[in-house]
Ligand binder design. Structure first.
Ligand SMILES: Cc1cc2nc3c(=O)[nH]c(=O)nc-3n(C[C@H](O)[C@H](O)[C@H](O)COP(=O)(O)OP(=O)(O)OC[C@H]3O[C@@H](n4cnc5c(N)ncnc54)[C@H](O)[C@@H]3O)c2cc1C
Length: 522
């Protein structure tokens, strides 16, 4: 996947009309593009920043039914998400895995309550179950979670959910779109919607933010998949429309693995303020979160609030033998949930259903918002079916249920390179042929120079941030260390992408400013 080739595809695509233009390159947009292109529609996806640079790279990294929605008896949401969990693990094995979770219990009442609740979770997952949940005694909890505080512990409930790499999944989906004939472009902003004489949407005005070139692109259908920015696009269509999106911020802290030894994840089902808190092993670190803080403003780079950091530290500290402190935080990241409220009846964010919403406007703008990463596939299916039912697109069946995002076959050189799917072997060969490329970019980070070179050639990074935050997950594994090795990485990128010394300076400067948001203020 190369940006120059995608631009060429766009230029040749302009001679005719697109069937579908998708605005937004997060989970929802990429999922919708993949559904559309594999049904055989001529598809274009435009993302104003990088793929998954919004909410879709800032999730808890769970492919899950949502145990907490079970408590709220949102059974439709849980059943749907559990089915999609199973399909995602089956169709993207290079980026997903089964993760064991333990809920520690401190009263026999909770032991019965959570064992029963999770049995129900097992039943709802049906044939796509990842394994049965069961109760274990105190001794076994301590064996599996050696860092859990033993005081008052009665036992624990073991259950399974999926885990994944969100930003790499997005890139993998973008590559799959391209493979199936679609066009995907990052750093390409939709500025306005085009309408015909009858007021029906017939395309978009867009700008290539890399070259500054403006485009007028025609299509039968425009789909708004812009997450927390959905109201901006709706406003382009209907300036008088009421705001629908209520952003809710979620923060995660990343610590060294030594805070949670063993292979199990910890799940606290009810914190002081009724939230759920996870501590999960991820790429050799421990990720703890999240929060649910209603916000009134939406920014591209949300920043964790001091009280959110304190809340996670305090809550995790209550359950861990070695309570994490601010100085132990390797990285902090914040994301905004695009919760879709009823504009005429706004609630507090916790009460808004987390199920997605699909809205077709009178002028033909299709908006998909809300939902979860896990449910991208069924959201996309429902959206395209809605357009077919409305007569905007001709009938073609959805094929994503059995669609492999990447076909992984043969020997993978190392477990870590598995995330590159079918290309893992190619990267391994690059390292064998040129040992310099096998060198790591830092002692504290797992990534090699070969990966940077390969990514530049195949995964469309435009900036240093694209590389360090999303193609590699360095920024969220260790923000300070990543800022240190930024110049070396920028130099490799510049060599591959034909940029000069000024580009390196600008990129490093910009990246180091960004990295400050990922470092907690002590
Ligand atoms: C803290 C947190 C934890 C979560 N954890 C999980 C989890 O563990 N599992 C799970 O299943 N779900 C999880 N979710 C939910 C999930 O992450 C989101 O539902 C999903 O990422 C939303 O994706 P999206 O594509 O709708 O939005 P986004 O990822 O925000 O994508 C929207 C994109 O639109 C682009 N855009 C905006 N305006 C324009 C324009 N004019 N032109 C072109 N592009 C534009 C933006 O740049 C952005 O990239 C979590 C959410 C949060 C906030």
């Amino acid at each position: 996947m190369k940006r120059t080739e995608q631009l060429q595809r766009l230029h040749s695509g302009l001679s005719g009309k697109y069937d579908v233009i998708i605005i937004g390159g997060g989970a929802t947009g990429l999922g919708t593009a993949l559904d559309s292109v594999t049904r055989g529609f001529k598809t274009l996806l435009l993302e104003k920043s990088d793929f998954a640079s919004g909410t879709s790279s800032r999730s808890t990294k769970l492919v899950h039914g949502g145990v907490r929605y079970l408590a709220r008896m949102d059974l439709m949401l849980v059943t749907e998400a559990l089915r999609e969990r199973g399909l995602m693990l089956r169709n993207a094995p290079h980026l997903t895995s089964d993760q064991e979770f333990i809920i520690p219990v401190y009263s026999w009442f909770d032991a019965v309550l959570y064992t029963t609740g999770l049995k129900f979770y097992d039943i709802l997952s049906g044939r796509l179950s990842l394994g049965k949940s069961y109760f274990i005694n105190r001794k076994k909890v301590i064996e599996r979670l050696p860092d859990i505080k033993p005081d008052g512990l009665k036992g624990g409930i073991v259950y399974h959910d999926g885990q994944f790499d969100d930003a790499r999944m997005a890139v993998s989906m973008a590559k799959a779109c391209v493979k199936h004939g679609g066009t995907v472009l990052n750093y390409f902003e939709v500025m306005a919607l085009l309408k015909d004489k009858e007021g029906r949407i017939e395309g978009v005005d867009a700008c290539d933010l890399v070259t500054g070139e403006k485009y007028n692109i025609k299509s039968s259908l425009v789909i708004n998949c812009t997450g927390v920015f959905a109201d901006e696009i709706i406003h382009m269509d209907t300036p008088e429309a009421k705001r629908m999106i209520k952003p809710s911020q979620g923060v995660h802290l990343v610590f060294d693995r030594s805070f949670l030894n063993g292979n199990s994840a910890l799940m606290i089902p009810k914190t002081d303020d009724g939230r759920v808190l996870f501590a999960i092993p991820w790429y050799g670190r421990t990720v703890a979160g999240t929060t649910d803080t209603p916000l009134n403003t939406i920014s591209r780079e949300p920043v964790a609030l001091t009280e959110e950091i304190d809340f996670i530290l305090n809550t995790a500290g209550r359950y861990m033998v070695k309570p994490p402190a601010r100085k132990d935080i390797l990285s902090v990241f914040a994301g905004l949930r695009p919760l879709a409220s009823d504009p005429d009846n706004p609630h507090a964010t916790k009460e808004i259903s987390r199920r997605h919403k699909i809205i077709l406007s009178g002028s033909g703008l299709l908006t998909i918002t809300g939902g979860k990463w896990t449910t991208w596939r069924c959201m996309a299916e429902e959206a395209l079916d809605c357009a077919i039912k409305a007569g905007v697109l001709r009938k073609r069946n959805c094929v994503t249920k059995n669609l492999k995002i990447e076909s992984v076959s043969g020997n993978i050189p190392s477990d870590r390179l598995k995330v590159y799917g079918e290309n893992a072997r190619e990267i391994g060969e690059m390292m064998n042929e040129n040992p310099e490329l096998a060198e790591k970019i830092s002692e504290k980070l797992p990534y090699t120079k070969a990966e940077i070179v390969w990514i530049c050639r195949n995964e469309m990074p435009v900036t240093l941030e694209d590389m360090l935050a999303r193609r590699l997950r360095a920024l969220i594994l260790d923000a300070a260390e990543t800022a240190k090795c930024a110049p070396a990485v920028a130099e490799i990128m510049a060599g591959e992408m034909e940029h000069d010394g000024r580009w390196i300076e600008e990129q490093v400067d910009c990246f180091r400013k960004l990295a400050k948001n990922y470092l907690p203020r002590i």
